[in-house]
Design a protein around this ligand. Structure first.
Ligand code: ADP
Length: 360
């Protein structure tokens, strides 16, 4: 039985970055758009997914020059200022109510992640919806995230939610690229006024052991540019400002932090192939090749049918030696999920665990 191919439509995307806050209204979309524009100005190819199915806002900030297209199962993103964008807002009338049940919302976001033809991208920025629930977990599991950028304001209430979001990324093994503090201060006669307190972002970054990548001031130019769908990087709109420098610096620091993350990245499976009816081969990024019998994999299955969740002990089960794997799915950047012919299908096998139980 040939093993189905693992679908990976994002082969040509170098960096997939979550932009998250845990909370709405802190400027996540504003930072996403301006970081994308800064990266684009520096010559990179950039895409954005707006995963806020309930309140998508990117269409206003990035009015499309070319609308998105759908050809059979494949979506082609809209383009705006050279940035490729996909958002629910392109497929719905502005005033239409967004009564979308959670499973449908998950389905839409999954389509945005799996079925969009991005071409080659240096950066795909995923503007996360607020919260730390089902939809956020779905995105982390479906997209092979390179890392997450955390957006906060200096305020304690914002920081609390960012910490929750950071915990979620930690649990799902998504590295944190760094923290960006938005609405840090307001410049009045060249003097900073700290409207929402001072140093919150820096403290958060220090405690989490991640870099503070920048502090963005409260500036009416940012809200106007968003409302008017005009780029601050286009001199005829707002003129060359220190704001553009702020975002160029952030882009630079994001790239530096990504380099550090990549250098220290853990085990990654480069290719996964079926050797014969009973064995799987995984080529690891350190050059080693792991060989795995399906029956041995099933004996190590960590799903709730196989392991008692409260005691952590394995239930006595008799795994058939001729058990096979019907399907394999990648889970984020860190694990695989096997569907065994025995019916077991929900166990997540981390790369670390697979590497440890390799025969070679
Ligand atoms: P989120 O995506 O976190 O919900 P938005 O990016 O939509 O937040 O920002 C919320 C509002 O605040 C928008 O009206 C936006 O224009 C404004 N805003 C965000 N950051 C700034 C800033 N640094 N200066 C001025 N206005 C800002």
């Amino acid at each position: 039985m040939p093993l189905p191919m693992i679908k990976d439509s994002k082969k040509s995307i170098k960096n997939i970055i979550a932009i998250a806050a845990g909370k709405g209204g802190v400027g996540k979309s504003t930072i996403t758009v301006n970081l994308a524009l800064a990266l684009k100005k520096r010559g990179f190819s950039v895409g954005i997914i707006d995963t806020d199915v309930y309140g998508p806002s990117l269409k206003k900030m990035l009015p499309p020059e070319q609308p998105p297209l759908q050809k059979e199962q494949t979506l082609f993103p809209a383009t705006c200022s050279g940035i490729k964008v996909i958002s629910m807002a392109y497929f719905r009338k502005e005033e239409e109510a967004s009564a979308v049940r959670a499973p449908i919302a998950n389905g839409i976001v999954t389509q945005f992640i799996k079925n969009v033809d991005w071409g080659n991208l240096d950066f795909l920025l995923i503007d996360f919806p607020p919260g730390t629930g089902d939809i956020q977990i779905t995105i982390c599991q479906q997209a092979a995230l390179t890392g997450a950028l955390m957006i906060t304001t200096p305020q304690e209430v914002a920081i609390m939610d960012v910490k929750k979001a950071m915990n979620l990324f930690d649990q799902l093994r998504v590295p944190i690229i760094g923290v960006i503090e938005n609405m840090s201060y307001y410049l009045s006669n060249s003097q900073p006024i700290y409207l929402f307190g001072k140093g919150g972002g820096e403290k958060l970054a220090r405690e989490a052991g991640v870099p503070l990548l920048g502090e963005v001031p409260v500036d009416p130019i940012l809200s106007q540019s968003g409302d008017q769908g005009k780029s601050i990087f286009n001199e005829t709109n707002f003129g060359e400002t220190t704001l553009t420098e702020t975002f160029f610096n952030i882009a630079e620091r994001v790239m530096q932090s990504l380099d550090v993350i990549k250098e220290s990245s853990e085990k990654t499976a480069l290719s996964i192939k079926q050797k014969d009816n009973s064995t799987l081969l995984i080529h690891w990024n350190d050059g080693s090749i792991g060989e795995y019998r399906f029956s041995e994999l099933q004996k190590n299955c960590p799903c709730a049918n196989c392991v008692d969740e409260t005691t952590g002990k394995r239930f006595p089960n008799s795994v058939r030696e001729d058990v096979q794997v019907r399907n394999i799915q990648k889970v984020g950047r860190y694990a695989l999920k096997f569907e065994f012919t025995s019916g077991c299908s929900s166990g997540i096998f981390s790369y670390e665990m697979l590497h440890l139980c390799s025969k070679n």
